[in-house]
Design a protein around this ligand. Structure first.
Ligand code: FES
Length: 167
């Protein structure tokens, strides 16, 4: 067998190994990203903070529950961070004091009421319980957000929005 043929076989094998490693890394990343962490947070009861630590004028993000905690009329509320339009993660804008979906511009107030944009309702809520002095968010029990026009709280924007509104 000639040196040229050996080199060609070596390179071909190298390419196959490289492609295999790349495919394995892609599969692992997809699996890790898409597989729900049932026992570790989502679709489970997530212990968070003491009720006194839940703010009444802003929100507290709980990444393990994919939720935000806030107080609405003195009650602790857990809002799903998943937009009720097409499922984007909705960030809270500190300057406006409102939720602003970056995908299609739906705006929700701090209580999750729908204010503007294409989402069909307000932000969904998770059941909360105070267990051993800690707010527990049950991510397996979700209730649909309020219909557009519902005004749980009346809080005008605190300031400018964080992003362009598509609404
Ligand atoms: S996904 Fe939020 S407005 Fe479309």
């Amino acid at each position: 067998m000639s040196d040229a043929l050996d080199r060609r076989e070596f390179l071909a094998t190298g390419w196959k190994v490289g492609a295999g490693l790349l495919a394995a890394a892609g599969l692992w990343t997809s699996w890790d990203y898409l597989w729900p962490r049932l026992g570790a947070g989502f679709a489970a009861k997530v212990k968070t903070v003491a009720p006194d630590a839940v703010p009444a004028n802003t929100v507290l993000e709980i990444p393990e529950a994919r939720a935000y905690l806030t107080k609405v009329n003195d009650e602790v509320v857990a809002l799903s961070e998943i937009c009720t339009h097409l499922g984007c993660k909705v960030p809270f804008c500190d300057s406006s004091g409102q939720f602003e979906c970056p995908c299609h511009g739906t705006v929700f107030n701090r209580a999750g009421d729908h204010l503007a944009g294409p989402a069909p309702r307000g932000m969904d809520r998770y059941k909360v319980e105070i267990v051993d002095g800690v707010v527990e968010v049950d991510t397996s029990e979700k209730t649909s957000g309020p219909a557009p026009g519902t005004e749980t709280i009346n809080e005008p924007p605190l300031g400018p929005p964080c992003g362009d509104s598509h609404a």
